[in-house]
Each structure stands twice: as structure tokens, then as C-alpha cells.
Design a binder for this molecule. Structure first.
Ligand code: NAI
Length: 291
């Protein structure tokens, strides 16, 4: 018995990195998988359909079921084609992992409009383009489903040099929250993911160049956390963000202080005087900005 027996999963950007590990694990757990990948470079340029096909070949060689799709997640047509690949080949869809992504890191002052647009388009619009057709199909067919939308600590906490990427990833967090609320009446669960893994996207981060990766940070050691999220093991959870990395699995949450509220008009000076109530006194939350 696999955790995903009888399920059909779409995983975007699954021609390498984390998506490839999800695809292989989901297939091993019984899901039929649509392996989407445009197959471009890390900055989003170029395309090579063989990336997705290679993963499919490996899944089928291991006895699993999978089909390759080379569409661009960042177009409405691409998102519709990806759903069509699931329906044409497997007749249904139950799980969507929006994982495809690109990186164009620059300090804010050096970020061109093109870099801004490209990153927002693949991550934020790409999540919209892929989630919407699946959402409508699930809703129209009265079927429950689960979605994992990939955010990042860069968007949730902030990270130097990632204005475009962080903005896109924070937008995805907002989408998780809204869709989890709208999805309640349809039985559609939507979870947010802040992964951490050694992939081509992160292999040259400061401190990582030329060093052997920590085995726990390899995508295959991160994938079980995401399998948990899409499976019925997490049936009670929606609208939550999990950090899944070599540090294990943990919830990342937006919090509010008790605050300063005198119940009457107040001055800016009074806010300053009550700063201890406004701000978290004991800020132990991990913030990359202050790390
Ligand atoms: P990766 O670069 O190995 O994989 C991303 C995949 O997305 C690539 O195979 C690429 O060809 C594909 N892709 C890019 N644009 C596409 C498009 N328009 N249409 C279809 N496919 C497209 O990167 P990695 O690390 O596996 O990242 C996966 C996701 O996790 C991304 O959303 C990334 O932002 C996110 N993430 C990863 C972290 C990490 O530590 N590796 C940290 C935080 C977030």
C-alpha cells in the first residue's frame, strides 16, 4: 500500500532538483505523475523537454507511472496544457505541487524591470496559471484535492539580494491563505512550502561553493515532508506553511502581538511609549534578515 495509491499528481518544474525528488517519491507511493518541466537554465532562459522525459524514463523503469510535459508554467495556456496532460493520460487529478522556479538575484537597485518581471511571472503568475485550471476541475467535478504551493523563507522572512524572488514568494504565501479559505467548501487543501535543499538553485550560495552537500539537504531527504503534506496524513491541515529542509519539518506562522489599543484616539508618541506592547518582546523567531 502506497500513501498515494490511486492518486494523480502534477508536479511543476520536476525535471530536476526538488521537483524530481517529489515526482520519484510520489510515483513510488503509487501516484501517477505528470512531470512538468520547461528545462531552461537557472535564470529561466532556454528550454529542453528532455529534462522532464529523463525523470519519466527513470520512474517508468522503476515500475511507476508518469508522463512528461514541457509547457511553460507562466502562461495560462501552459497551465491548461499541464492539466490536460493529467486528464488525457490518467483521467483525473488529485494533487498539484507548484514547484517550478527561476532565480535572478540582484540587489534592489540593480534589479532590472526584465529581471523583476521574469521572476514574478514564473513564480507568482506561474502558480496562478497552474493552480486555477486544477482548482476549477476539482470544483466542477466535486472532488477533493491537495495543493502545495512553493514559497520560500526569502519571501516569509526576507533575504538580501532577492527583491523580485522574495516578493513573488510572499505573494504565493498570500495565495495559500486565500485559497485555503476558499477551498474549505470544496474539500481542497492548500499548503505552503518553504523548502531548503541542495539543488542547482542553491549550490552556489555563500559557504556552499566547492563543498560536499550535507546529505540531509539532498532533495530526496526533503521530499518525504512534502509527501506528507499532499497525502491524507495531513488531511486536517490547510492554509499552513511548513518549512521542510535538512532541519526537518516545522510550521512557519504569521503572528500578531496583543498590541497597544487604548480604545480612544492616540498619538504617535503614545505608540512609541507602548512599544513593548506593539512589538514582540522576545523575538526568538528565526529572521534571515537579522541572521
Ligand atoms: P531547480 O532549479 O533545481 O528546479 C526548478 C525547476 O523549475 C527546473 O527544473 C526548471 O527547469 C523548472 N522551471 C523553471 N521555469 C519553468 C517554467 N516557466 N515552466 C516549467 N518549469 C520551469 O530549483 P529547486 O531548488 O529544485 O527549486 C524548486 C522550488 O523550490 C522553486 O520554486 C524554488 O524557488 C523553491 N525553493 C528552493 C529552495 C532550495 O533550497 N532549493 C529554497 C526556497 C525555495
Amino acid at each position: 500500500m502506497g500513501l498515494l495509491d490511486g492518486k494523480v499528481a502534477i508536479i511543476t518544474g520536476a525535471g530536476g532538483g526538488l521537483g524530481e525528488a517529489y515526482a520519484k517519491l510520489f510515483a513510488k507511493e503509487g501516484a501517477a505523475v505528470v512531470v512538468n518541466d520547461l528545462g531552461g537554465a537557472r535564470d529561466g532562459t532556454g528550454a529542453d523537454r528532455s529534462a522532464a522525459q529523463k525523470v519519466v524514463d527513470e520512474i517508468t523503469a522503476a515500475g511507476g507511472r508518469a508522463v512528461a510535459n514541457g509547457d511553460d508554467v507562466s502562461t495560462v495556456q501552459g497551465g491548461e496544457n499541464i492539466l490536460k496532460a493529467a486528464l488525457d493520460n490518467f483521467g483525473q487529478v488529485d494533487i498539484l505541487v507548484c514547484n517550478a522556479g527561476i532565480l535572478r538575484d540582484k540587489t534592489f537597485a540593480n534589479t532590472s524591470e526584465e529581471d523583476w518581471d521574469a521572476v514574478i511571472k514564473v513564480h507568482l503568475k506561474g502558480t496562478y496559471c497552474c493552480a486555477l485550471p486544477v482548482w476549477k476541475w476539482l470544483k466542477d467535478n466535486g472532488r477533493p484535492g491537495s495543493m502545495v504551493l512553493t514559497s520560500s523563507t526569502s519571501g516569509l522572512y526576507g533575504n538580501f539580494g532577492q527583491a523580485n524572488y522574495g516578493a513573488a514568494k510572499a505573494g504565493i504565501y498570500g495565495l495559500v491563505r486565500v485559497l485555503s479559505i476558499e477551498g474549505r467548501k470544496y474539500g481542497i487543501r492548500v499548503m505552503g512550502l518553504a523548502p531548503g535543499a541542495y539543488t542547482r538553485m542553491t549550490s552556489d550560495l555563500p559557504g556552499r561553493q566547492g563543498r560536499e552537500p550535507d546529505p540531509m539537504s539532498l532533495p530526496e531527504n526533503v521530499a518525504p515532508g512534502v509527501l506528507y503534506m499532499v497525502s491524507d496524513l495531513a488531511a486536517d491541515h490547510s492554509g499552513k506553511v511548513l518549512g521542510v529542509s535538512s532541519r526537518g519539518v516545522r510550521e512557519i506562522k504569521m503572528l500578531e502581538t496583543e498590541g497597544f489599543n487604548p480604545g480612544r484616539p492616540y498619538t504617535a508618541q503614545e505608540v512609541a511609549e507602548n512599544a513593548a506592547k506593539v512589538f514582540f518582546a522576545d523575538d526568538k523567531a528565526r529572521t534571515l534578515a537579522s541572521a
